[in-house]
Design a protein around this ligand. Sequence first.
Ligand SMILES: [Zn+2]
Ligand SMILES: [Zn+2]
Length: 130
Amino acid sequence: MKNYHTQQRTLLLDYLHTHIDENLSTSDILEAMSGSGISKSAVYRNLASLEAEGRLHRISRPGDRRTYYQFVDEDECRGQIHISCIRCGKTVHASPNVCERLQKTLENEDSFEIDRSETVIYGICKECRK
Ligand SMILES: [Zn+2]
Ligand SMILES: [Zn+2]
C-alpha cells in the first residue's frame, strides 16, 4: 500500500518537475495525470501534502476563481526572486542583478532584509503588454 502511494507521488512530482514555476490549474494537473493510474482523490491528496511541505504554492488570480498551483524546485528556486504576470500567470526568476540591487536598496534605505524565497513581484509580462 505504501509503495502504491509513493508511486503516485512520484508520478505527480515527475510531472511538476517539468513545469517548474508555471501556474497550473487543478484541471491542468488532473488532465495531465489522467491515464497514469492516479485517481482524482490521490491527486488532491498529494497536492495538499506538497502544499503543506511548502513545495507547492497555491495561487489565486484576480478575477479568476480557479485555483492555481506553482511548483517550486528547491534547487532551482533557492535564492531567487520570482516575477509573476497577473494576466497569464507566467512566472520566471528575476535576473541576478535585479535581485542584488533590490536586496541592497531595501537593506540600505529601509533596513529591511528580503526573504528571497518568499518574494514574488507581480506585474504584467512582456507578451501581455503587447
Ligand atoms: Zn523558481
Ligand atoms: Zn503575461
